[in-house]
Design a protein around this ligand. Structure first.
Ligand code: ATP
Length: 327
């Protein structure tokens, strides 16, 4: 019987039958890096000048409304009309967005962006969110990024990874300066308002302890300050000249802790990124150290660091993404 089947002249030639569930993986660009390394800047540069794309934020604190300075959200002006998803969209009092929820929601957004023939850019420093979103199989009860566990390199998208990095001592110095600048641009007043509102909400069941933002660097550090000097009694920064030494000391200690915790955050994030790289993720490292050095030393801050950035980070990124999208 078998022989007659193979010689039968009217047998339809075998055609390639793709597996029923086979589907080409969507292409996405993932911009990783520690806090402060310029991921947002890179994503907007790429999106405005080179690739039609939309940005999905993957910073777990920036998904919430409020505390824009404290959590370092990119401003509306800096977004340059590029659509940003999951940026300041959720109400922090509704609880915390889990990596599993982010996985589901961001997946739908990716499909939507791709259906509109644009490239999704995933941009943000929360590696737990990035990991949960990208891996083929995700187990929320297993912390793959923990030092003693192993990561999966089986991914459900076709990913181009850009990793913006910097030498740690230079990044630390830059982050310290960034904290000072955040206070100059109103971080203290923002925290003051947050603590005042939290005080008013204290009587709503669990509203503060459930808040997704409660762990944002800046809040735990300033808790002691606002406990001792409740927000409603506080005059704005302009009144600081009249503070006694104790009060000034409590304030300065909080700022010092913010700087220290920001450094620790950056160090931890870089550790997790290296773990992913060592676990088989094909990360392309872009060294932004010279940009930070230029940014901190240039008298004319504007132009000089920008040209270093373009040479060291933007141009290589454009080449990598171009090649990836053309493949
Ligand atoms: P972890 O498992 O440690 O939470 P992760 O990868 O999920 O790590 P990270 O982005 O490393 O998330 O954030 C860790 C912590 O750092 C947050 O819980 C928060 O305390 C702080 N943090 C992260 N991003 C910000 C931000 N934009 N503003 C203020 N604090 C932040």
């Amino acid at each position: 019987m078998a022989a007659s089947t193979t010689t039968n002249p009217i047998t339809t030639p075998p055609t390639f039958q793709p597996h029923r569930h086979y589907r080409k993986k969507d292409k996405i660009v993932v911009i990783m890096g520690a806090t402060g390394t310029g991921k947002s800047r890179l994503s907007v540069d790429l999106a405005t000048r080179y690739f039609p794309s939309e940005i999905i934020n993957s910073d777990k604190m920036q998904v919430y409304k409020g505390l824009d300075i404290t959590t370092n959200k990119i401003s509306l002006h800096e977004r340059q009309n590029i659509p940003h998803h999951f940026l300041g969209e959720l109400n922090s009092q509704d609880g915390e967005l889990t990596p599993l929820e982010f996985r589901h929601l961001a997946h739908l957004t990716i499909s939507d962006i791709v259906s509109r023939k644009r490239t999704p850019f995933i941009v943000g420093g929360s590696n737990s969110f990035i990991y949960s979103l990208l891996v083929e199989e995700y187990n929320p009860r297993f912390d793959a990024l923990d030092a003693s566990n192993s990561v999966s390199s089986s991914l459900r998208y076709n990913c181009c990874f850009l990793w913006v990095d910097s030498s740690l001592p230079v990044l630390y110095e830059y982050l310290d300066k960034r904290v000072d600048e955040m206070f100059e641009t109103g971080m203290f007043e923002e925290l003051e308002e947050y603590f005042r509102e939290s005080e008013e909400l204290k009587y709503c069941v669990n509203s503060v302890s459930r808040s997704g933002l409660r762990k944002a660097i800046g809040l735990p550090e300033f808790e002691r300050y606002f406990r001792e000097y409740p927000a409603e009694e506080v005059e704005s920064l302009t009144g600081k000249g009249g503070w006694d030494q104790v009060r000034r000391g409590v304030y300065e200690e909080a700022v010092r802790q913010i700087k220290e915790n920001t450094r620790q955050l950056a160090k931890g994030q870089i550790g997790k990124i290296k773990k992913l790289r060592d676990g088989g993720w094909d990360l392309r490292r872009l060294d932004a150290t010279a940009t930070f050095t230029a940014l901190m030393t240039c008298k004319n801050k504007g132009e000089d660091w920008r040209s270093v950035w373009e040479k060291q980070v933007l141009e290589p990124s454009v080449k990598i993404v171009k090649r990836f999208l053309e493949e």
